[in-house]
Ligand binder design. Structure first.
Ligand code: ATP
Ligand code: MG
Length: 564
């Protein structure tokens, strides 16, 4: 099993577990669980929870279960179950033979509910959902007891059995815990624990028409599995008394719930409820659209599991909500890809360049190092010829002072190749657009170095026109234009802040021939242009499609400096 890559820093959860181990609580066992609801694809917020649960278990010699919290059949789907399993595996974690479903426990949970009824701690209530809401009261107003609260144990047992048998309509009755209608904690005001819902469940089919609610199912699933530390996000803090109440009343094994702050990231939204809207309303191409903050989107975009795990370790776990800068995530990706991604040359917006004094028909294979960060990655040959492509933006006819790239009469270096000097510009007669450059090269500068010590200020990437491959490149920007699109202060609809320019598709890019036959999912650094990944969905033998994973500009260093 893989743990996080960086050295583990102390945090309050590690401290609690270390103390528990010292006190030999749970006979020295550590067992955690990751409990997703299969109602959407996992996002980077879930990655934080996964790294924490699996990571901490591994650190302390324990295990972590994968448990699907599948108690709401109307929103759940087998497609989500499969995607979640493959995302957790891709992140580098292994649940061994401990794959569970809350639905495996439906019979047992039903028995627990019957036990509560017998103890006089649960009752069948005939109020409508709306009435239940009214009776609950508010933070400033106490609740009111349901008129059905005093039903006898016998009547409750009978009604609950008949709820299960399908005698009543959806929504006509619920089972509620009998706790305290004037509790300052709204969760304790006789919460609903079972409802009637005729919906086909992706695992139990039509066996059940009553389903347990999260608060009831979750603590008991933890208990049944023998979880020691039940880590969940901060919004469940007020549910903890209820978590404890069920386990205490039923006198069963009692795991400890510990809350931590969920991950929020700038320029995106981390909520399946919101992400599903982007998918269903076609603002993105799917759950794995490379602009999505989903694990499958990030994978397709070219992020590595190592960099995501590293990010999760770096942000740490805290007890207070905060928002993490997307630039930090990008920094982690860049740091990892810098070590592992081979360098290649790719021209995104090609401009033809002819070297007038280079022999026609001649081709030289020039040596190009694959990764200056890792000499072990060796080198490759790149064909050089009389007709090349360079980046359109690397030439200006009338350059401003600080422009060190190509201009009329100016000499620059072609990476791994030669010094060239621009001697002519060909324009389209109608539009005035530059269509071709003419240059001369200095044969004495092979490899990109001049023996006479002559210096040039610019180094450009290039490809040979005849040898290069055509490619499509997709450039991505943030999905939202606001750093905090789901902040209610910004208005009711987060979709109003979608970035209309989050995707730019370039269809006439050229890349060096070495990329022929490269496997989908392979990652490269295009010199000066960023890190790119071959799209695993749209690339085929004949069509190369690249996603830009991240640019080379490190905005994190700047932000971190400003914060100092
Ligand atoms: P969402 O709000 O995206 O629907 P959720 O909490 O409803 O998320 P679950 O499938 O219930 O989604 O989540 C499984 C686990 O992942 C839970 O323990 C939850 O606390 C944790 N989790 C979800 N979102 C985040 C986040 N942004 N940061 C950290 N942990 C998260
Ligand atoms: Mg949830």
């Amino acid at each position: 099993m893989t743990t996080t890559d960086s050295t583990c820093s102390p945090n309050f959860i590690r401290n609690i577990i270390a103390e528990d181990l010292k006190a030999n609580k749970n006979e020295g066992r550590v067992m955690t669980r990751f409990p997703p609801e299969p109602n959407g694809y996992l996002h980077i917020g879930h990655a934080k929870s996964i790294c924490l649960n699996f990571g901490i278990a591994a650190e302390y010699g324990g295990v972590c279960n994968l448990r699907f919290d599948d108690t709401n059949p109307s929103k759940e789907d087998i497609e989500y179950v499969e995607s979640i399993k493959s995302d957790v595996r891709w992140l580098g974690f292994d649940w061994g033979d401990r794959l569970f479903y809350a639905s495996d426990y439906f019979e047992k949970l039903y028995e627990y509910a019957v036990q509560l009824i017998k103890q006089g701690k649960a009752y069948v209530c005939d109020l409508s959902a709306e009435e239940i809401r009214e009776y609950r009261g508010t933070l400033t107003q106490p609740g009111k007891e349901s008129p059905y609260r005093t039903r006898s144990v016998e009547e409750n047992l009978d009604l609950f059995e008949r709820m299960r048998a399908g005698e009543f309509e959806d929504g006509s009755r619920v089972l509620r815990a009998k706790i305290d209608m004037i509790s300052p904690n709204l969760n304790m005001r006789d919460p609903t624990i079972y409802r009637i819902r005729r919906a086909e469940h992706h695992r139990t089919g039509n066996k059940w028409c009553i389903y347990p609610l999260y608060d009831f199912a979750h603590c008991l699933s933890d208990s049944i599995e023998g979880i020691t530390h039940s880590l969940c996000s901060l919004e469940f803090e007020d549910n903890r008394p209820l978590y404890d109440w069920f386990l205490d009343e039923l006198k069963v094994y009692h795991p400890q719930q510990i809350e931590f702050a969920r991950l929020n990231l700038t320029y995106t939204v981390l909520s399946k409820r919101k992400l599903v809207q982007l998918v269903e309303q076609r603002y993105v191409s799917g759950w794995d659209d490379p602009r999505m903050p989903t694990i499958s989107g990030m994978r397709r975009r070219g992020y590595t599991p190592e960099s995501i795990r590293n990010f999760c370790e770096r942000i740490g776990v805290a007890k207070r909500d905060s928002i993490v800068d997307m630039a930090l995530l990008e920094y982690c990706i860049r740091e990892d890809l810098n070590q592992r991604a081979p360098r290649v040359m790719g021209v995104l917006r090609p401009l033809r360049l002819v070297i007038d004094n280079y022999p026609e028909g001649q081709v030289e294979d020039l040596e190009a190092i694959n990764n200056p960060e890792d000499p072990g990655m060796g080198s490759r040959k790149v064909p050089f010829s009389r007709e090349l492509y360079i980046e359109r933006e690397d030439f200006l006819e009338d350059p401003p002072k600080k422009f060190f790239r190509l201009a009329p009469g100016r000499e620059v270096r072609l990476k791994h190749a030669y010094y060239i000097t621009c001697v002519g510009v060909v324009k389209d007669e109608q539009t005035g657009e530059i269509v071709e450059l003419h240059c001369t090269y200095d044969p004495e500068t092979r490899g990109g170095w001049s023996e006479d010590g002559r210096k040039v200020k610019g180094t450009l990437h290039w490809v040979s026109a005849a040898h290069s491959l055509k490619a499509e490149v997709r450039l991505y920007d943030y999905l939202f234009v606001k750093a905090n699109p789901d902040d209610e202060k910004n208005g009711p609809d987060f979709k109003a802040y979608l970035n209309p320019n989050s995707l730019e598709t370039l269809t006439s890019c050229r890349v060096e021939p070495d990329l022929a036959g490269a496997t989908p999912g392979s990652r490269y650094q295009f010199l000066r242009q960023g890190y790119f990944c071959i799209d695993s969905r749209d690339s085929s033998d004949g069509a190369l499609v690249f996603n830009r994973t991240v640019t080379l500009r490190d905005s994190w260093a700047k932000i971190a400096k400003k914060k100092e």
